[in-house]
Design a binder for this molecule. Structure first.
Ligand code: NCD
Length: 303
């Protein structure tokens, strides 16, 4: 039985197959409308979510399956002190596959060890968010036609942003990727990730000013400052509006640069950018449904 806990759980070849399937689903929805008839997806969300939980639920419903779950730890037996392992053991008896989001790093891994159904990590604390990465890669591949030969800027909260950590890890497997990390000093990429890049001789630079690097970027991945992971509110308030992508900054960018964002957006992208053809973040959210449909089919071995 397979799980998806980190973005490296699938090989590059397996990902290609998954993305081909997602694109086929995008173009031939009707063909898959009963692919999961009789199957049940559990969504166990111990942390807030809009896109990830609802796109999983939409994905399963569009495949003809059913969904059940909880969207608030307070309404589950976690509030009574039940462990993730015990919960997933029971969920395994009720459903066929589970997407789990939890504030603690490593929770999805722990759950997968106790589960008898496939477990999908839908975000574990500040650690990883592999299905967002699948969404990001599918978006890039679909809109740019390739997953190699890019200079990608990642901007904002690179310390606590799990989507950033997962995306960097995933992109280390493609050729000729250069990373440009744009963050304030306090929110730099964690050392353990920098070590991976150094070991693999992958070029990267770390800068503070977005304007300085904007003209060099093929992709710009903006992120929200992760308020819920800060130790004190003062630091959050000081850093929250450090970057605001606006029209003036976009004039410095290449004509075909894509702006990505896992969403939710707070202030880091001005709404005036939404009309810019380079703004791809809402299309990215749509790709999240197709890739989750493909993932459910793959983990349930229905393809
Ligand atoms: C992200 C997350 O939960 O890590 N959201 C998402 O799943 N699309 C990003 C964020 O919350 O900033």
């Amino acid at each position: 039985m397979r799980h998806l806990i980190t973005p490296l759980d699938f090989t590059v070849e397996e990902l290609e197959k998954l993305f081909d399937l997602a694109n086929d689903i995008e173009n031939n929805k009707a063909k898959y409308a009963h692919a999961c008839d009789g199957k049940i997806l559990a969504t166990c969300f111990y942390e807030p979510s809009t896109r990830t939980r609802l796109s999983f639920e939409s994905a399963m419903l569009q495949l003809g399956g059913h969904v059940l779950g909880f969207s608030d730890a307070g309404s589950s037996s976690a509030a009574k002190g039940e462990s993730v392992s015990d919960t997933i053991r029971m969920i395994s008896a009720y459903t066929d596959i589970c997407a789990m989001r939890h504030p603690k790093e490593g929770s999805a891994m722990v759950a997968s060890q106790a589960a008898s159904i496939p477990v999908i990590n839908a975000g574990d604390g500040g650690h990883q968010h592999p299905t967002q990465t699948l969404t990001d890669l599918l978006t890039i591949r679909s809109l740019k036609g390739r997953l190699n030969n890019f200079t990608i800027g990642l901007c904002g909260d690179l310390k606590f942003g799990r989507t950033v950590h997962s995306l960097i890890k995933a992109l280390t497997r493609y050729d000729n990727i250069k990373f440009v990390f744009v963050s304030p000093e306090e929110l730099k990429v964690p050392d353990y990730i920098i070590e991976i890049l150094k070991e693999k001789n992958i070029p990267f630079e770390e800068v503070i000013r977005l304007e300085d690097v904007m003209p060099t970027l093929d992709l710009l991945y903006m992120t929200r400052v992760q308020r819920e992971r800060f130790f004190n509110e003062e630091d959050y308030i000081r850093l929250k509006d450090f970057y605001v992508l606006d029209k003036a900054k976009m004039t410095l960018a290449k004509d075909d640069m894509l702006v990505l964002h896992p969403l939710p957006r707070v202030n880091e992208i001005s709404v005036e950018i939404d009309q810019d053809p380079r703004a791809a973040y809402f299309r990215q959210g749509q790709y999240g449904v197709y890739v989750r449909m493909a993932l459910i089919l793959t983990l349930l071995e229905l393809v």
